[in-house]
Design a protein around this ligand. Structure first.
Ligand code: SF4
Length: 387
């Protein structure tokens, strides 16, 4: 078996391969295979898998892609991620990806889908609306029709028939994927020194660009290593990092938080991979109903979900207690309306519950972390010394 360092280094390479080499290689082995690119946050990857496709997560260029043309497409006062994605598209990094799905989250993503249409990228561009009505016969039915739309687009490309059996198989593979990722988080909750938060980030992000079967194998190998008592604990506080669910923080930022005296035991960086809480029924004769019910009843909390009956502030406090964390770091992308509009609600809940928090903004290409390191270091020290 490979060493932990070897596996993590492979994951890092996969996670930041902006040419999506492994995905394109996978597609080249069979002419009915398709690649479907999807943007954050959540997309039901199971339907693409069942249609002989590989869902490819597109998360921007991060700090590895210089923006030259992307700025011409967007005004300055919006987040950075769409510029990175446009830059990738214009520089042909996304060639070979057959279709693009833009899950509804904000106007920026909606406009980005329009840009892709305008640029004639891929064989289809789908803006995927999620229901904001959580009754199965209304929102659930609507969501099924949205998923059917994507399946229809894929079938027009590869003519592969999607059966209930195939969908159930795909659902079970992604159930397993989430369970393995959750085990990694659970181990880190008690022993975060066994794997850094940046390592976890690379491991989970690799799963965005490779077949789920391969990712499950990687996760199983990682778990063999970290179930053992490896590494040495360091005197750090445990924190949740919230707000980075769409545009991704640079890995340097994640490392900075941990180097400044915190163990990140929970985050929403790659939330789509952990969106559904628990298993989805993989034995139904109507698997799209199972996916729809899971979305309506088992979604995590997020700024993109209307949650009047189960408010996110209550769920955040609950999560904080479950993870036995000492505080929360609100880290949102600059100009991210969904994240920033939620901050006052979430921070009021922290105040009401006597939970310590700090807050700052970032961009995917932020390169200077000194100020953040000092802020996080002070936060950590204040909890360690005076709590
Ligand atoms: S980072 Fe925020 S504002 Fe930008 S596309 Fe994502 S959700 Fe929208």
């Amino acid at each position: 078996m490979k060493s932990l360092i070897e596996i993590i280094s492979k994951c890092e390479e996969l996670a930041f391969d902006l040419n999506f080499t492994r995905a394109k290689e996978w597609k080249s082995q069979d002419n009915t295979r398709v690649l479907v690119g999807y943007m954050p946050i959540y997309f039901p990857r199971e339907i693409v898998h069942a249609a002989n496709g590989l869902p490819v997560g597109i998360l921007g260029g991060g700090d590895r892609k210089q923006i030259i043309k992307g700025d011409a497409y967007y005004q300055s006062y919006i987040c950075h991620m769409p510029r990175g994605i446009i830059e990738l598209a214009l520089d042909n990094h996304l060639e070979g990806i057959d279709g693009f799905v833009f899950p509804s989250i904000c106007d920026v993503i909606r406009n980005l889908s329009g840009m892709f249409r305008f640029l004639k990228k891929g064989k289809f561009v789908k803006y995927l609306d999620f229901p904001q009505n959580f009754q199965a016969h209304i929102g659930g039915e609507f969501y099924i029709s949205e998923m059917n739309h994507v399946l229809h687009e894929i079938k027009a490309i590869n003519n592969v028939e999607v059966t209930a059996e195939k969908l159930n198989h795909s659902i079970s593979l992604f159930n397993k994927n989430r369970k393995l990722i959750e085990e990694i988080y659970n181990i880190r909750q008690d022993a975060p020194w066994r794997l850094t938060a940046a390592d976890v980030y690379h491991i989970v992000r690799a799963g965005y660009v490779i077949p789920v079967e391969e990712h499950n194998e990687i996760l199983e190998q990682i778990l063999v290593h970290i179930r053992q008592n490896i590494g040495e604990p360091v005197d750090k506080i445990k924190v949740l990092v919230m707000g980075a669910f769409c545009e991704q923080p640079p890995v340097g930022l994640i490392k900075t938080i941990e180097m400044a005296g915190c163990y990140i035991v929970e985050d929403d960086f790659l939330l789509g991979a952990r969106w559904t809480q628990g298993d989805i029924d993989s034995s139904s004769k109507q698997p799209l109903n199972s996916l729809s019910n899971a979305y309506l009843n088992k979604s995590t909390f997020s700024s993109s979900v209307y949650d009047v009956h189960n408010p996110k502030e209550g769920r955040l406090i609950k999560l904080m207690k479950e993870r036995k964390a000492d505080g929360i770091i609100f880290a949102a992308p600059s100009f991210c309306d969904p994240a920033l509009l939620d901050h006052p609600i979430l921070q009021k809940a922290c105040n009401d519950n006597n939970i310590r928090y700090i807050s700052f903004l970032f961009s995917e290409n932020t390169g200077q972390f000194k100020v953040i390191k000092e802020q996080v270091g002070t936060f950590s020290d204040s909890i360690k010394l005076w709590d």
